[in-house]
Design a protein around this ligand. Structure first.
Ligand code: GLU
Length: 431
């Protein structure tokens, strides 16, 4: 498994350890997932046939609280990927100082091939299979790639049916009418936007002088494109799974978003069309987008997009990781040597899980916040943690990624040690 995604993800931990005095116990603890579940989900398809889907849920570490993380519907989902994503969630929650550990789930499928009814049966079947593994004080699922509020609503409803009680805090990212939080749908993009706005002035870059390319036009990528466009940034390229478009003087993002959302098929949950169909722009491939000479490159799709193979093609000066794991560890050093700043996923895309935390708090207190309250609290968290990580990176002269891991490791190490360490027992305990 030497070239597995998880082995690659763990390398970031090894790098960060050089800068943190963390106990051997804590380190040993963080090398392995707490528990992993693989399930088979039988689904009756619309044509009457029975299909079995493979599903996963990994709870990586719960030292700092119940585990938290999304559920992904994608053909590439496998245990290695889910475990890596759960590992990243552990560090992400620690970076933002949320009282959560990390988890992730997924089902291996191409959701665009299923009807809405089939997706509902599959989502409910997944909850039937993992119901004993999750709970508001154990593990709390949320949306991720190709899952959305409607799917979260089905999942919460199914959990309620199983438990025979209304338990909104078991899932976050729900529809507002079922206890969802205002601002959760835009939270990943809003958090990333705040991070960009905190960082760019440090380099004296004004929005109107900053060109941006975004790979991925899903929930996070599309909302972020709109926020950046509205703030005056020049978004020159966007792409989706079918390809991308480029316009030297900037794209009309609201028009592209409207086109993508209005063309949603009625039968399924996903839009059938692609940004490539908007004719009056130059079309480019996803690979070409990654190699554009722009100020900011935003990978907002899947992991492993910038690797040792294509890292030398990258011409952007700043990379903000909105996807989880888009830059492979082998590319980190090369980017650093070439003077390209990478702002890591576990900070940049943490707005989603932060507002998930706010949703969980609102569900448990029964008191709901305004959109302004949600965004103001999110902003405060992003400012605090981004500045803290920036300071660590400046003081230790390390990358923002390593600094983010150092910051998270301090918090995780402290919590693990508080449970008892070897030193604690050897030195006789209470002082
Ligand atoms: N899937 C999102 C992430 O990767 C959100 C997770 C959550 O809200 O729990 O951060």
């Amino acid at each position: 498994m030497s070239d597995s995604l998880f082995a690659d993800a763990s390398k970031r931990l090894e790098e960060a350890m050089k800068y943190v005095a963390i106990s051997d116990d804590a380190l040993e603890h963080l090398k392995y997932p707490k528990s992993s579940l693989a399930v088979s989900i039988p689904v009756r398809m619309d044509d009457g046939s029975l299909k079995i889907f493979q599903g996963y849920r990994v709870r990586y570490d719960d030292t700092r609280g119940p585990t938290k993380g999304g559920v992904r519907y994608h053909p590439n989902v496998c245990m290695d990927e889910v475990q890596s994503l759960a590992f990243w969630m552990t560090f992400k929650c620690a970076v933002l100082n949320l009282p959560f550990g990390g988890a992730k789930g997924g089902i291996t499928l191409n959701p665009k091939e299923l009807s809405k009814m089939e997706l509902e049966r599959l989502s409910r079947g997944y909850v039937d299979a993992i119901a004993d593994f999750i709970g508001p004080d154990i593990d709390i699922p949320a949306p991720d790639v190709y899952t959305n509020p409607m799917i979260m609503g089905w999942m919460m409803d199914q959990y309620n049916i199983i438990r025979r009680q209304i338990t909104p805090a078991v899932v976050t990212g729900k529809p507002i009418s079922m206890g969802g939080s205002l601002g959760r749908d835009t939270a990943t993009a809003t958090g990333a936007f705040y991070a960009i706005q905190i960082i760019m002035p440090k380099f004296d870059k004004l929005p109107e002088d900053t060109t941006v390319a975004i790979q991925g036009f899903g929930n996070a990528g599309a909302w972020l494109a709109e926020l950046l466009f509205t703030a005056g940034y020049k978004v020159v390229a966007v792409s989706d799974s079918q390809g991308g478009i480029y316009a030297k003087n900037g794209l009309d993002i609201p028009r592209i978003r409207q086109y993508k959302t209005s063309s949603k098929g009625i039968k399924a949950l996903y839009c059938q069309d692609t940004v490539c169909d908007i004719a009056d722009n130059q079309s480019i491939t996803n690979e070409e987008l990654l190699a554009l000479d722009v100020d900011i490159l935003i990978p907002a799709a899947l992991e492993n997009q910038i690797t040792q193979e294509n890292v030398n093609d990258v011409k952007a000066k700043f990379i903000f990781e909105v996807a989880n794991g888009p830059v492979a560890s082998g590319a980190d050093k090369i980017l650093e040597e070439r003077g390209i700043y990478v702002f890591p996923d576990i900070l940049v895309n943490a707005g989603g899980v932060t507002v998930s935390y706010f949703e969980w708090v609102q569900n448990r207190s029964g008191l709901y916040w305004t959109l302004e309250e949600v965004n103001q609290r999110l902003r405060q968290k992003m400012v605090e943690e981004t500045e803290h990580i920036w300071k660590i990176s400046q003081e230790l002269a390390i990358s923002m990624r390593t600094a983010a891991y150092v910051h998270a490791l301090h918090r995780l190490g402290e919590a693990i040690n508080a449970k008892g360490t070897r030193d604690y027992y050897i030195n006789g305990g209470m002082s």
